[in-house]
Design a protein. Sequence first.
Length: 172
Amino acid sequence: MAAPGKKFSFMRLVNNAIPNFARDDPNDVDLSPSQADKLVDYQLVLPNPRYLTDESFYVAGIVGSSSLSKKVFRALKKHSMISSSTDEPPVNTAAISRNFANQLPSISVHAQRKLVGLLFFWEEECTRWRMLDLEEDEIKKAIDREGPQNIDLELALEAVQIKKRLLPSERK
C-alpha cells in the first residue's frame, strides 16, 4: 500500500527491493565521460542547444528507451526543473526537492541519481556557454572598434567558437 498522498509504483517497488536490478550505487551519481560527450554532441546539433529535449535523457544513457525519456522530460517540465522557453534558464536545479523520487516514479533510484547528476552537469555546461558568449561579445565589440584587420582579435574569436564546440572529454 502506498503512503497517503503517494502514488503506488510497482516498478519503483521492484527497483528498490532488488538493488542489483536497479544498478543502485549511491556513489555513482555523476555522468560518465562518454555519457557527457554523447549529451553535448547531441545537443550541439539542435537549433537551441542549451535546452534539453525529450530525447536528451535517452541519448545520455539515463533511461533505456525513447518513450521513457519523453516521460522523464514531461515530468521535469511539469515540476519546473527544465524549461524549453528561451525566456527562462534551461535548467533549474533549485526546483529539485525532497519529493524528487515521487515526481519521477517511472525510473529507478539509480537513474534518478544519474538524472540529478545530469541536471547539475547541464547547469554547469550552460554557465560555461554563457561565459563564452560574454567573451565572444567582448571580442566582437573590440573588432568593431578596431576594425577587422586585427588578426589577434580574429584568432581570439575563432578560439572562443572552438571552445563552445568542445566535448567535455576534449577539454584540458
